[in-house]
Design a protein around this ligand. Structure first.
Ligand SMILES: *Cc1c(COP(=O)(O)O)cnc(C)c1O
Length: 430
């Protein structure tokens, strides 16, 4: 392939693709603009750009990758599928086995449907909750990302616990008014929303550990309170585990939190690097889905052998011993190292870490909700991001994203990352 610089590719890209990217988070708009790097290849913990430069990758494709790039087991599964057909358009044994394996890992998923993206999975859980309860309104938490469909592109209205307003052009006001947006970790405002709208509430949708404005775990009182209030109001609890499932342990975060959601959406990791989503939950609710029941959801590509066989290979690899302790040990060493460097150079940095994932907010107070994350210094993050990129370390191009550890990240990679961070922070604070 023609190895031209990222700037040249960006110019060509912008001429044919809006903004030059197929997903807005890939642009460098949130870190001061300019041409994003264009990459041609990944291997293990590394990505290689169009100029042949190697980067240590902590973006991990915004969360889906955990085995690293081009893992041999995934490659083997894909070679088989390439020879036997990537899309059959009929039921296959692979999707049955995959759903069984997901249910073994997450017993709360009594029935499971596969989709092609997390967006579709979450969207369907909301439709199902509305059908099951015969109600319309939903509560979501500010700053949580649930995909790009209308009902979740809604911002808080004026005043706490009021009807929402569109958070993106093209979302009808009427749709936004079906959604109440409440600050995360704020049980009192959630209580107010339930008091005001309880009889109309179909569901509350929760990222059980926030992964989309950094990493923010829920307070125990908050998450248990959400379940109790939702249950008392007759509303379902939907967990959006598109980021969290299989990221912190083999399965859901529900056992970590001591909770049980009615419906759960999955995505990202479970496809082993291929497009996928899934949703599941109590059989009684799931059996409302067509062809058994009146709730429609479908997909030409859903459960395709390529995504599913990559997913099966992924689940095998994640069941090897020591996967999660190893991810956590890497993240702990890196996060602690970054914290020490920040302190040495007087950089205001809050690191929230859960297991093998952490976030770096340039702010001098705890980050517990979206308003805290918004208040973090975007210009400091942008300077840090570009400094790291110049030194061969790829982070997410937004102050709201996390660092994801992958199994192939080595001690040497972490040492090199810390050396780069020291260099960058020294220069930033000069
Ligand atoms: C990424 C993400 C989604 C959307 O998944 P897509 O596969 O990008 O459609 C939904 N919810 C959460 C929590 C996510 O992080």
């Amino acid at each position: 392939m023609d190895r031209r610089s990222s700037e040249t590719w960006y110019e060509r890209a912008r001429d044919v693709i809006p903004g030059g990217v197929n997903s807005p988070s890939r642009s460098f708009k949130a870190v001061g603009g300019g041409a994003p790097r264009f990459f041609v290849r990944g291997e293990g913990a590394y990505l290689y750009d169009v100029d042949g430069r190697r980067y240590i990758d902590y973006l991990a494709a915004f969360g889906p990758l955990i085995l690293g790039h081009a893992h041999p087991k995934i490659a083997e599964a894909l070679r088989a599928v390439a020879q036997e057909g990537t899309l059959l358009g009929t039921p296959t044994p692979y999707e049955v086995e995959f759903a069984e394996r997901l249910r073994e890992a997450i017993p709360e998923l009594e029935r499971i449907r596969l989709t092609n993206s997390g967006t579709e999975a979450v969207m369907t859980t909301i439709r199902l909750a509305r059908a099951y309860t015969g109600r319309t309104k939903i509560v979501k938490f500010a700053g949580a990302y649930h995909g790009h469909f209308d009902q979740v592109l809604v911002a808080a209205g004026s005043g706490p616990a009021t009807l929402g307003v569109p958070d993106a052009a093209g979302v009808p006001k009427e749709t936004a008014q079906q959604v109440i947006t409440v600050p995360y970790n704020d049980l009192e405002t959630f209580r107010k929303a339930v008091e005001r709208f309880g009889g109309d509430l179909a569901a509350v949708i929760v990222e059980p550990i926030i992964g989309n404005f950094g990493i923010v775990p829920p307070d125990a009182e908050f998450i248990h309170g959400v379940h109790a209030l939702a249950k008392a109001a007759g509303a379902l609890v939907i967990y959006d585990e598109v980021i969290t499932a299989f990221r912190f342990r083999y399965g859901s975060v529900m056992p970590m939190l001591g909770t049980r959601a009615d419906l759960v959406a999955l995505g990202k990791i479970i496809g082993g690097g291929l497009p996928i989503g899934a949703y599941g939950g109590r059989a009684e609710i799931m059996e409302l889905i067509a062809p058994l029941g009146p709730v429609y959801q479908a997909g030409t590509m859903a459960g395709n052998p390529a995504s599913v066989r990559a997913g099966l290979a992924l689940l095998d690899a994640l069941q090897e011993p020591d996967v999660y302790p190893s991810l956590e040990a890497k993240a702990k060493r890196l996060a602690e190292g970054l914290g020490e460097i920040a302190e040495r150079y007087g950089v205001p940095l809050r690191i929230n870490r859960v297991g093998g994932v952490f976030s770096t907010h340039f702010i001098d107070r705890p980050v517990r909700n979206y308003a805290d994350a918004e208040a973090a210094e975007g210009t400091l993050y942008a300077a840090f991001f570009h400094g790291m990129l110049e030194r061969g370390v790829l982070l997410a191009p937004s102050k709201f994203e996390a660092w994801f550890m992958m199994l192939p990240h080595s001690d040497e990679d972490i040492d090199r990352t810390l050396a780069a961070a020291e260099d960058v922070m020294r220069a930033m604070m000069r």
